[in-house]
Design a protein around this ligand. Sequence first.
Ligand code: BLA
Length: 232
Amino acid sequence: MFDPLLEELHKSIEVRGGESISVPQDLKEYQSANGKSLIRNWLWKVPGFRRWRVTRLDAGNKLQVLNSVAYPDYVNDQPLMGIDLLWFGTSCKLVAILDFQPLHQDQGYFDRHFTELQVLRSRFPEFCEEAKMRSFDPDQYFSPWLLFCRGGIDEAKVTLPVVFTAFLSCYWNLNESFTQNSSKISVPDVKRLQNNYDIYSAERDPAHGLFCSYFGHTWTEHFLRNFLFPGV
Ligand code: BLA
């Protein structure tokens, strides 16, 4: 389901000078004991970013996932880029979340970094669902303009590809607008806030149980600590 989007993401990273970093074999690709689920992970070193991770989970008809987080360099206080796309094939349900994940919730920060995302969101009413969150707190590391859709096949096949391209382009524009003087949060504070994102996300991650059931507790802990949230 998400392979064309995965390819688009990787191409857009490569075009901007991204270089793939080697991932340890047991994290790069790992199969569930019953052979029905495969998880693949990529790491990129992209100019302007200290880390960019990408995950693709293929659990057949049950579940397809594309997940990615980009962490800007510590000299840059811009939001992280977060993407979580899930397709539950048996019930034909899409859950898609794309956001510029803010380090702070204050108005000045939003004014500096979220003008374009605000405009983008207004173009896609299907992705303007109110963020009713069960695991996360919408006021921590999510923006008021996150693109959130709980939909079906039409949203997955027709709207999502358009939203995805526009969203990526909007995030690249933001990153390209960065100049040495534009960051208002100090380097140690950006570092602390980015690491807190990892700590917060590791505690709340709604996929934890799912990973344990597919890949076992030991591998899941290794994956969370060493790949998804190394700042923990
Ligand atoms: C929800 N994400 C979910 C859910 C699952 C995953 C199973 C619950 C689905 C549902 O609510 O119906 C799955 N998350 C994953 C998987 C990975 C993962 C497989 O991280 C693999 C790496 N989540 C993110 C990022 C964002 C994010 C970067 O990892 C930000 C864009 C958002 N996921 C997010 C939100 C929800 C969610 C907001 C709804 C959670 C809630 O209801 O509180």
